[in-house]
Design a protein around this ligand. Sequence first.
Ligand code: XBP
Ligand code: MG
Length: 242
Amino acid sequence: MKLKALIFDVDGTLADTEEAHRCSFNDAFLQVGLNWNWSKPKYAHLLSTTGGKERLVAYIASLPLSAADRRALTARIGIIHQTKTDIYTRRILAGDVPLRDGVLRLLDEAERLKLRVAIASTTTFSNIEALLRTTLGWNALDRFAVIGAGDQVERKKPAPDIYRYVLHELDLAPDECAAIEDSANGLRAAKAAGLYTLVTPSYWTQTEDFSAADLVLPALVARLGIREIDDHLMMTRVAFAY
Ligand code: XBP
Ligand code: MG
């Protein structure tokens, strides 16, 4: 088998977390005294910017503000985002968000076949830890050889940095791994890192362009096992070689 590791994105891939993020942003705005409210259509647009702090920067840039008000709000992004992250992790720890279909099956199969699994995400480590411990048990972090998160790299997705970081920590070549993503930004990041990429679109990303993906599926369906991914990875590498 060529495949040595699966690298999972988190938000939208391991679990449909973006509605929990959206609600947590809105709760945080209330808590810090801001009359902002991100509707689903507004959030769907804002999701084109990865990273919660970067998303807040993009939102503030879109507001008709004086330079002084813009500076004052920009100075508060750190506390707004930390407030949101605290609210979000409590929401996740309450069990509000399950794993997406097929994720646990693939994790278990990888373990049986002695493949390593890793994470490459834009979100914060604390958000990832809350999701993994709540859905996979308190020793869940031990199941992942590498967890690449948020600010560990300078440039977030669609830059390849987080995937390159994870490959380096795994000490594996791109053609020994497969990335599993849900968004066009994530797909671009994984492909720029040279990875075979399987996309399972989420509610928020279903209209995005996945033409560069090696495989697009509505979910991690039962017929798709590690051996099928490995076979397809090999086929695409052979096809790519000609
Ligand atoms: C998706 C993101 C994250 C989340 C919000 O990450 O872009 O920014 O939307 O989480 P992934 P933060 O790469 O896992 O799909 O507020 O912690 O950034
Ligand atoms: Mg994602």
